[in-house]
Design a protein around this ligand. Structure first.
Ligand code: HEM
Length: 192
């Protein structure tokens, strides 16, 4: 038992097989399609992205000042790079799965430019635009700044000092945008 649950990949594989079992058990009410599979993948990877945004803003950033200097390396050298790996790739995959859903449903362009055929399309379009701003912040502001702060790329002390507030503001802006974005995502209900 401990051997099985000690192996994360094996646990995820069995979870995936269980999910596929559920998909085919409910084919009668929800036929398996690009739409159903990508909705599931979208919410799965979206939770990972947002979960790490919560961790960074509610746990890591507020706690760092209280951590003794000699222990900070545990976070900056080991935990933070791992967090940023899953954070940025989850952001990208959330965008990709979301665009596939909208493209498959035929409203991707008009939703993104907020010219939806229905109010619901405008609502999901607003959610998508806010989420795309969030993904831009991750890949083009937070990650480049964090690479300097964590010493993943060469940077002078002045560059590191300038990167820190840039990363914090972009991360807090994402925390702010998350709330209206998620309301649109959860309630557009175009899928119904
Ligand atoms: C943090 C980022 C995001 C989270 C947490 C998130 C979460 C969600 C959730 C919970 C749903 C509802 C699923 C359902 O009703 O079955 C949803 C639907 C959707 N999301 Fe996202 N989303 C995010 C980003 C994005 C992005 C970046 C895009 C595209 C650019 C996108 C496009 C969509 C679309 C098209 C739908 C389907 C709407 C519907 O059928 O009602 N999402 N999202």
């Amino acid at each position: 038992m401990a051997k099985f649950f000690g192996n994360l990949n094996l646990v995820m594989l069995v979870g995936l097989l269980a999910a596929i079992g559920v998909m085919f058990s409910y084919q009668d009410i929800e036929p398996v399609s690009i739409n159903t599979v990508f909705h599931w993948l979208h919410v799965f990877i979206g939770i990972l992205w947002i979960g790490l945004l919560y961790y960074l803003n509610f746990v890591q950033v507020p706690t760092m000042p209280a951590i003794p200097a000699e222990l900070k390396k545990g976070v900056t050298g080991y935990i933070a790079p791992k967090v940023l790996f899953y954070f940025r790739w989850a952001a990208l995959l959330t965008v990709v799965t979301g665009l596939v859903i909208a493209w498959n449903a035929g409203y991707v362009h008009r939703a993104l430019v907020l010219q939806g055929a229905t109010r619901a399309e405008d609502m999901i379009g607003l959610g998508m635009d806010l989420a795309l701003i969030m993904a831009f912040n991750v890949w083009f502001i937070i990650w480049p700044a964090q690479k300097k702060i964590l010493g993943i790329v060469e940077a002078s002390d002045a560059e590191k000092a300038a990167a820190a507030p840039r990363a914090l503001i972009a991360s807090r802006l994402n925390t702010l945008l998350l709330l209206p974005m998620l309301y649109c995502m959860a309630n557009a209900n175009i899928n119904v």
